[in-house]
Design a protein around this ligand. Sequence first.
Ligand code: PXP
Length: 252
Amino acid sequence: MLSDTLRLGVNIDHVATVRNARGSAYPDPVRAAMLAEEAGADGITAHLREDRRHISDRDIDRLMAELTLPLNFEMAATDEMQAIALRHKPHAVCIVPEKRQEVTTEGGLEVAKQENRLAHFIAPLRDAGCRVSIFIAADRPQIEAAARIGAAVVELHTGAYCDLHAEGDFTARDVELERLRSMATYAHDLGLEVHAGHGLTYDTVQPVAAFPELRELNIGHFLIGEAIFRGLTDSIAEMRRLMDEARAEGVR
Ligand code: PXP
């Protein structure tokens, strides 16, 4: 079913990055999550990495205890993370690829080549009532594999589209945007809920937000950076406004 509402999930990882840079107790990502709710976020996303470089186990404990918004718990497909997710049973779990050396989640998950393992991996999470999402590149075989393993959601990686925009290669950017658009339609037609995210800014969000099949965007790094200049509430409220505007106007 198509819907006019597009949820905004605010990723608070990089509030924890700033905190951890000095090993202090501030800034507090849970406080950021509370402000995000006031600013119009529909959910909070936090990625507990294997190396705990930003979000900590205690952050997840506190988010589960204190947050009124749904938590989207991002994690790699490891036994350790599965046990943590099953202990907390967050509203949603998003499975992402993770490499220790990477600065950020560089690509989508390779689902097609590990279909059996991932099907077994997500089954207990689904049984526990978590909405399972798989973060993938906008590729047909990955989408088909995500549908076959029983994921409820695919989140399409918008990083390449955003990078091409930043590099000023608008021809290649528009090709990538079309790929995202057609794969959002394809995933939706297979019965998957479609989300997107990574690298989105005020300049890049609207063409993606206008995809009618899209139900949720997850945005973090830009919003936390922008908060330095205009405050977190304003930074998020402006993203919310741009998303709503794109939605109301249709494809731009
Ligand atoms: N979605 C997923 C699955 C991610 O891994 C990330 C980054 O952690 C994001 C969205 C948000 O990306 P950004 O912080 O670049 O907005």
